[in-house]
Ligand binder design. Structure first.
Ligand code: SF4
Ligand code: SF4
Length: 360
């Protein structure tokens, strides 16, 4: 018990219920090797995970994927989250989720819905999603969410093809009845690494989008909350990835592996424990992957002696590995990193190539 007492308590659980998804977004953060349907955790096992999460002090579960509605037992899973006392947020593409199922989810106790929208321009949105008619379905489901009285967040993933329409995207979110819109710049993990040159905006585009967000925040103050952060490759300092490794949240994959962040499997040599063999509390406390970069003891210079080391925890370990080839290095996004020029080179590499769509 003593070790757990010293340990930070997690606040959030990302439950990746399935990797199946009808869309093919070229920036999808799911791994290139997707978990198979036959390996997905059963309903009862997810229910146990939710109860264990609540006992650990977790308050919120994000039901994610893939597309969570690809699971027929989604209403049962929402009910299990409610019975465990968790606030449930459904992160959905809205494609494959019918109004009837949404009604069943509301009845089962769903607390919040987040719908991803690819663009305010419909043909462009369908092109980005790799699915004709996706945009119309998303808009229809958003009105159903509002009709049912569920709070709605619209998530807009921004990249070179749509960054010039931030204003229209915020207006669309507002017209759909969202109380919050997230302007989420692509993060380069999973499928986005494959499509990096096709997705990367220019510095001028990013600066203009940042300026636009400030104007929009003032214009829509009190009507809609606008969340936005500067995209990694154009920031001076990295973000505290996941609020610090093993400090705030857990991510359970469709097959039950527990990760400190959704991209952690890219780091070679990490040992992830599975909820089939261990309780969530054991995994949080003792799994080798969670212990690997928890706190600041693992750091190398320049992070080791940096005054920001407990603010950003050295940034993202996955990005450090993917770009600098060393998961203990400072996130190369940081201008103090000896590898920062690699980020500048990647940001300058832009090609108008066809997307490599995520496969199912
Ligand atoms: S990012 Fe797109 S492809 Fe990936 S899970 Fe979400 S909706 Fe599906
Ligand atoms: S050197 Fe490390 S701790 Fe300091 S700002 Fe950069 S990433 Fe953060």
């Amino acid at each position: 018990m003593a070790a757990l007492d010293l340990m930070p308590a997690p606040l959030g659980l990302l439950a990746e219920l399935t990797h199946r998804c009808p869309l093919g977004c070229p920036y999808c953060s799911n791994p290139l090797a997707l978990d198979k349907r036959d390996d997905e955790l059963e309903t009862a096992l997810w229910a146990r995970v939710f109860r264990e999460a609540a006992s650990l002090g977790i308050l919120q579960v994000h039901l994610s994927g893939g597309e969570p509605a690809a699971r027929r037992d989604l209403p049962e899973l929402v009910k299990a989250a409610r019975e465990a006392g968790l606030y449930s947020n459904l992160i959905t593409s809205a494609v494959g989720l019918t109004a009837k199922t949404l009604g069943a989810l509301a009845e089962a106790g769903l607390d919040h819905v987040q719908i991803s929208i690819q663009d305010s321009d419909e043909p462009s949105a369908d092109h980005i999603a790799g699915y004709k008619g996706a945009s119309a379905r998303k808009r229809a489901l958003a009105s159903e969410v509002v009709r049912l009285g569920l709070p709605l967040t619209v998530n807009m993933v921004v990249h070179r093809a749509n960054i010039g329409r931030v204003e229209q995207m915020v207006e669309l979110a507002q017209s759909l009845g969202a109380s919050r819109v997230e302007i989420a710049h692509v993060q380069y993990y999973g499928w986005a690494v494959k499509n990096r040159a096709a997705l990367m905006p220019t510095r001028e585009q990013v600066d203009e989008a940042v300026r636009q967000v400030e104007v929009l925040r003032a214009r829509h103050h009190g009507q809609i909350v606008i969340d936005a952060v500067v995209p990694d490759y154009y920031a001076r300092f990295p973000k505290p990835c996941m609020g610090g490794w093993g400090r705030r949240s857990l991510n359970v994959t469709p097959a039950g592996k527990v990760l400190p962040c959704h991209a952690a499997e890219v780091i070679p040599g990490l040992e992830f424990w599975n909820v089939r063999e261990h309780s969530l509390a054991e995994i949080w406390r003792a799994s080798p992957a969670f212990s690997a970069f928890r706190g600041i003891g693992w750091m190398e210079e320049p992070c080791k002696s940096c005054s920001r080391r407990e603010l950003d925890f050295g940034g993202c370990r996955c990005q450090a590995f993917l770009i600098a080839g060393n998961a203990r290095a400072a996130d190369p996004v940081c201008h103090l990193s000896p590898h920062h020029t690699l980020v500048e080179q990647l940001a300058a590499k832009r090609e108008d190539a066809a997307y490599s769509y995520r496969s199912s």
